[in-house]
Design a protein around this ligand. Structure first.
Ligand code: NAI
Ligand code: MG
Length: 332
């Protein structure tokens, strides 16, 4: 039985994760559950958002299901998500971008299916900063080892898909990206994957204009962060995108979105990203039948016109989660 840490976090994390748990329960997916309170609410109460002991607890689990955490405007606050990603060495952030049949995206395209594979432990999010009153400096780290392993992960994924890799970078300006680009090219050649590359700015345009051209997109940490939120517009809402943070021995599953303080507490957050993150977790646990039933349940629920306001409906988070769980129970 898998030991799984559950971190609801802050804001809408507390609303959407319970819906994902309901789906897992309906599937009769049994696991040893370890609940952890980390994040902003705990930081406000105790001054610590996440401790080293929490990281050890997470290390004792197989994987983590996570909602979202609010980041306060305080220079002393340490990012919880970055600490978990680095602490467990979860180097591959995998963000599938696929249309959902019953939902029209903002751009109107339906024929796309790509995955953003974002390097998750270095780049501009390495946490190396020198902040003074008049000069603030953030160090962008690119290593051969970090680039090799993310390229290998992306090529492995491409092998099981359309076998094409697009390397996204800004090496015309950032010399650090030349190492990333050259390493990815070399790995793609070794792995027998066809590849091309694009500068990140023109890639942003191309992903919106012609998303069907892409299969696996590999990029550095911040570019992947930005391009994946942007791709939410193709699918129809930020509330629809799941993600996985994968390492050699652990994994951490979370919606792409944040804690959405503008709608938190209202009960109308879209739980689809969280439920699809649980689906990715089931796939990681090799429970493929259960995973595909989750997807079917979401599609059937949308067809019944149960949907949250961000995708044109007026259902609540709980109504959607209940309908998904009910569909699963009825067909299980
Ligand atoms: P956000 O993703 O929380 O929200 C952006 C916009 O999308 C908001 O208008 C929000 O209402 C909407 N939205 C997001 N998820 C939704 C859902 N499930 N259903 C319906 N609408 C949804 O990003 P924002 O506002 O930039 O950040 C808010 C907080 O979240 C910040 O403190 C940020 O640091 C944190 N954050 C945390 C992340 C994490 O824990 N992994 C990731 C991204 C942001
Ligand atoms: Mg983000």
């Amino acid at each position: 039985m898998k030991r799984i840490a559950v971190i609801e976090g802050d804001g809408i994390g507390k609303e959407v994760i319970p819906q994902a748990l309901k789906a897992l329960e309906a599937l009769d997916f049994r696991f040893e559950r370890v609940d952890l309170e980390v994040g902003y609410a705990r930081w406000e109460r105790t001054g610590t958002a996440i401790s080293d002991e929490d990281i050890e607890t997470l290390r004792s689990c197989d994987c983590i299901l996570f909602g979202a955490i609010t980041t306060p405007d305080d220079p002393d606050y340490e990012s919880v998500v970055l600490k978990i990603r680095k602490g467990l060495d979860l180097y591959a952030n995998v963000r599938p971008i696929r249309p959902i049949a019953a939902i029209s995206g903002a751009v109107g395209h339906k024929n796309f299916d790509f995955v953003i594979v974002r390097e998750n432990t270095e780049g501009l999010y390495s946490g190396i900063e020198d902040i003074g009153d008049d000069r603030a400096c953030t160090t962008r780290v690119v290593t051969r080892k970090g680039s090799e392993r993310i390229a290998q992960y992306a090529c492995k994924l491409a092998t099981a898909r359309r076998k094409h890799l697009t390397i996204v970078h800004k090496s015309n300006v950032l010399k650090s990206d030349k190492l990333f680009l050259d390493t990815c090219r070399q790995i793609a050649e070794e792995e027998g994957i066809t590849y091309d590359d694009r500068l990140v700015d023109s890639m942003a345009y191309s992903l919106i204009a012609t998303p069907w051209k892409y299969d696996v997109v590999v990029t550095t940490n911040m570019f992947g962060d930005i391009l994946s939120d942007m791709s939410g517009a193709l699918v129809g809402s930020l509330g629809l995108l799941p993600s996985a943070n994968i390492g050699n021995s652990h994994a951490f599953f979370e919606p792409v979105h944040g804690s959405a303080p503008d709608i938190a507490g209202e009960g109308y957050a879209n739980p689809i990203a969280a439920i699809l993150s649980a689906k990715m977790m089931l796939e990681w646990c090799r429970e493929f039948k259960k995973a595909s039933l989750i997807e079917e349940a979401i599609n059937q629920t949308l067809c019944r016109n149960i949907r949250t306001p961000d995708i044109g409906g007026n259902s609540t988070t709980t109504e959607f989660g209940d309908a998904v769980a009910e569909y699963i129970r009825d067909s299980f």
